[in-house]
Structures are given as structure tokens and as C-alpha cells.
Ligand binder design. Structure first.
Ligand SMILES: [Zn+2]
Length: 105
């Protein structure tokens, strides 16, 4: 059973967040966002990719911009089926900041 030690520290979270942002910038162009995400007068991401904190596999997770700017919920990893605690924050430009934590409740 692999699990991060010290999940109450910032270190693992920040590393995942940076990975996440890099991935988004590489794979999503602004043109795609403008075409695909008509959220009001802005654009909002409707899916993201996170790295499972349990098994390290990439997970494509659907986001729901209509649920608010700050969201917190559990997604089960598609690979190992363990719960991933997701924190999603939308910025004014529609970009989502996503943090993931191991949730073994
Ligand atoms: Zn997993």
C-alpha cells in the first residue's frame, strides 16, 4: 500500500500542481478553449488531467464549471479505484487550478 507521508505538508501538492499546469499549457491552446467552452463570456476548462496520488497514473477528470469557483470533491482513480480528493479553483480567465490529495477514508 503506497501512500505519501506527510500529506498535511505542502510539498507533494505543489509538485502535482506544477505538473498539472505544465500539461494544460502544452496540450490546450487558447483557440480550443474559445471554441469548446462557452461559459458566459469567458472560457472554462471542463476537463483536466491529474496524477493519481496513490498509483501515479494519469487520470482524465471531468470538471463542472457550473458548480462554482471553488470545488472540493472525491474522484475515484480510473486505474487503482482509490479515492482522490480534488480541490478545484477557477480563475477569472476560466483556467482551473487543480490540487489532488490522497484520500484513504
Ligand atoms: Zn490510482
Amino acid at each position: 500500500m503506497f501512500q505519501f507521508r506527510g500529506t498535511d505538508e505542502n510539498r507533494p501538492t505543489l509538485r502535482y500542481l506544477e505538473t498539472m499546469v505544465d500539461f494544460v499549457n502544452d496540450d490546450w491552446t487558447q483557440a480550443d478553449l474559445d471554441d469548446e467552452f462557452p461559459l458566459g463570456d469567458g472560457t472554462a476548462e471542463t476537463e483536466t488531467v491529474v496524477t493519481c496520488p496513490h498509483c501515479g497514473e494519469m487520470n482524465e477528470i471531468a470538471l463542472d464549471p457550473g458548480s462554482g469557483e471553488d470545488q472540493e470533491y472525491i474522484e475515484d482513480c480510473h486505474v487503482c479505484c482509490r479515492p482522490i480528493l480534488m480541490y478545484v479553483r477557477y480563475g477569472r480567465d476560466g483556467m482551473a487550478d487543480v490540487e489532488v490529495y490522497a484520500s484513504d477514508s
